[in-house]
Design a protein around this ligand. Structure first.
Ligand SMILES: [Mn+2]
Length: 331
């Protein structure tokens, strides 16, 4: 493979606060390579810098920041990995938190998809879709935040989650591989890959393909929703022990799942539920590592999706299972 075929990317070692300027410069370089407008480029650069400072302040100043563009230029991601004590979800987005607390909430506000994955340290990253050609200020109508942690004592999380853009919208999924550890992760990732491969197919077709792809793995439970940003509608399905809730101005609605294990036995006949999404409506997808009592009072503000996901996680994620929550909001 020629070096030119590589999408623009950068890796910045973080040992002290000087890494913030380096991260900012590298983020600008990657955004310039994709000809992003100045405003989006500067927001990306701010996130890279905040992530570097977060490693310094909360990650024992041992870690790195990365900036990576999608091969097709559809998005840029900024991420950081550190050697700290992992996620303290109760602290994220709490304005009164002592010290510099702006890092992760800034990421949640300026990125379209933000993910916090907690292990020995913390992996934090955000994805920003390339600004649309019809206006540099335009942001993707759908934003999401994902918070995830492996079961205590496990090195690998058996849950997986994804947000994939598709024609006119996005497909959101959380998957819980049966049990925990590497074999659970393998099952969850097989499901996510199958859902991504069938991204343009209707949900029912994609679910059948996922069931076939997960055969030979331990199997999984999942919650999937296809959001149609134009019609402000969604199609949703839950198989097994995952949960999906819609929060709107008029109240909340839970999508009723069907029992079964994706990848095992006869293909579970998924019950596809049609949902209307009012402006500001939120979707909450979670695995059973979160207690069934985990509920947001109402749809969070778009800037506060990460804080909302962290609140749910802080109050309702147990240490006895892998836990994942995805909170999304449509403009
Ligand atoms: Mn589980």
């Amino acid at each position: 493979m020629s070096v030119d075929a590589q999408p623009p990317c950068a890796l910045i070692a973080v040992r002290d606060a000087s890494a913030a300027a380096a991260a900012r410069a590298e983020a600008r370089r990657v955004a310039d390579a994709l000809a992003w407008p100045a405003e989006a480029r500067e927001e990306l650069a701010l996130c890279a810098s905040e992530l570097a400072m977060n490693v310094v302040d909360h990650g024992r100043a041992r870690g790195s920041v990365m900036v990576v563009a999608a091969p097709d230029g559809a998005f840029i991601e900024v991420g950081a990995q550190d050697a700290g004590g992992g996620l303290d979800p109760a602290r994220v987005g709490v304005p009164s938190a002592p010290g510099r607390g702006g890092g992760l909430p800034t990421l949640g506000r300026l990125m379209d998809v933000t993910t916090l994955a907690s292990a020995d340290g913390l992996l934090a990253w955000g994805r920003r879709w390339a600004p649309a050609a019809d206006g540099p200020r335009r942001r993707a109508p759908l934003r999401a935040a994902i918070v995830q942690r492996a079961r205590q004592g496990e090195r690998v999380c058996g849950d997986a989650a994804a947000v994939e853009r598709r024609q006119g919208g996005a497909r959101l999924a959380v998957v819980d591989g049966l049990g925990h550890g590497p074999a659970a992760a393998e099952a969850a990732l097989a499901c996510l890959r199958a859902l991504a491969r069938a991204l343009d197919a209707p949900l029912e077709v994609a679910l059948r393909a996922t069931h076939a792809a997960a055969a030979g793995t331990r199997g999984a439970a999942l919650a999937v929703v296809d959001v149609d940003e134009v019609r402000r509608a969604a199609q949703a399905a839950v198989i097994g022990n995952c949960r999906l809730e819609v929060l709107g101005p008029e109240g909340r609605r839970s999508v009723v799942g069907v029992p079964g294990v994706v990848g095992h036995g006869a293909s579970p006949a998924p019950r596809i539920e049609a949902l209307a999404l009012r402006p500001g409506a939120a979707l909450v997808l979670s695995t059973d590592g979160l207690s069934p009592r985990a509920r947001l009072a109402g749809p969070p503000r778009r800037e506060d999706l990460l804080a909302g996901a962290c609140q749910l996680f802080a109050a309702h994620a147990g240490a006895a299972d892998d836990a994942t929550v995805l909170v999304a909001s449509l403009e």
